[in-house]
Design a protein around this ligand. Structure first.
Ligand SMILES: Nc1ncnc2c1ncn2[C@@H]1O[C@H](COP(=O)(O)OP(=O)(O)OP(=O)(O)O)[C@@H](O)[C@H]1O
Ligand SMILES: [Mg+2]
Length: 321
């Protein structure tokens, strides 16, 4: 193993993505099952991150007059989180008074800075920084990151009465979000897909993190895209779902998506043109190799099918043994 390969292997080992102890993968389907097991969140790791909830809660409660509560949102509430890389997301529900000045809503960038200052003061020896719509607290000791997304309550989603919040966009403004309502929608789409949707989303996240730097895309967009397309519906293997997802990502050219529930407006997939180009190139590369993997599997050439999936996932996919 050369130095680069070794470093990469050490990184995979660090996040627990190397050889599992389960049955040896012989078929591609076994390979996907083993891969999904490897990337499953580790409960101890998730518990460790959640253990900071009360401290964050108290810090925000002390600093903001009308701080209401810390609510867990994101992939950990939906079974689409992956080991190590999926941050635990907290929506910090602030009061209107905490986010306005002279009757006007403050820029979200200012609110993010205020939240960052409070958390940096509380977690003095921890890396605390703003990343997109969140303040990221990066705990040591392999616990990974906790994202604190500041927001305020705006009302409800309409007749179904789910809470609607405003959270920062990446440009200083605010966007609407209704995590519980989106969760309900995604849950329905998960059932319609025969429970493949969440697994394919997890595999795409594994693809994202199998390269350094990671392939740039915002997971929420991809999850909503696959759900609203019905891309995982019907009798389809994971390989075919993935191939179709890569094609879709390649052909959509990284444009934002209209929220199918019309609650959040346009949902971006990347923030910059450079990221868009990288994403489309990687998706195109992955679509080509996924096609080759499916062809090989169809011919009965399992060694070649595994080799192609390992190209897609940059060797993170299990080897055929
Ligand atoms: N553009 C958006 N519009 C509305 N809500 C959003 C948007 N982006 C994120 N959210 C909300 O914030 C949550 C957390 O977003 P995040 O980017 O952490 O993705 P995630 O679904 O948790 O995936 P990951 O496992 O990669 O962290 C989402 O699940 C969604 O409820
Ligand atoms: Mg998340």
């Amino acid at each position: 193993m050369n130095v680069r390969a070794r470093r990469y292997y050490v990184r995979l080992a660090h996040v627990g993505w190397v050889e599992g102890r389960g049955p040896m993968p012989r078929t591609v389907s076994d390979g996907f099952s083993e891969f999904l097991t490897r990337i499953q969140p580790n409960q101890a790791e998730v518990n460790a991150r959640r253990s900071h909830k009360r401290t964050i809660d108290q810090a925000l409660g002390g600093a903001f007059k009308k701080f209401n509560r810390l609510e867990i949102i994101g992939s950990h509430t939906r079974d689409t989180a992956i080991r190590y890389h999926s941050d635990v997301d907290y929506l910090a529900v602030l009061g209107k008074e905490d986010v306005s000045h002279g009757g006007y809503i403050t820029q979200s960038s200012t609110v993010l800075k205020n939240v960052r200052d409070v958390l940096a003061d509380r977690f003095k020896s921890t890396d605390v920084r703003i990343d997109g719509p969140a303040v990221v607290v990066r705990f040591q000791g392999g616990e990974g990151a906790v994202d604190v997304v500041p927001g305020y309550w705006k009302g409800t989603t309409g007749r179904d009465g789910y809470p609607l919040f405003a959270i920062p966009d990446a440009t200083g403004g605010w966007i609407d979000t209704a995590p519980q309502r989106h969760g309900k929608y995604l849950g329905e789409r998960e059932v319609a897909s025969g429970y493949k949707l969440s697994r394919v989303v997890r595999l795409l996240k594994a693809w994202k993190y199998a390269r350094s730097p990671k392939i740039p895309f915002l997971a929420f967009h991809v999850e909503i895209l696959l759900a609203s397309d019905g891309l995982c519906d019907g009798v389809k293997g994971y390989g075919t779902c993935l191939r179709d997802a890569f094609r879709r990502l390649r052909d959509r050219k990284a444009v934002a998506l209209n929220d199918p529930l019309a609650l959040s407006g346009r949902i971006p997939i990347v923030y910059t043109n450079v990221q868009a180009v990288r994403l489309v190139n990687y998706a195109s590369h992955a679509a080509t190799h996924a096609d080759s993997a499916l062809d090989a599997e169809y011919r009965g050439d399992m060694a070649e099918a595994f080799r192609q999936w390992r190209i897609v996932f940059n060797d993170a996919f299990p080897a055929r043994r």
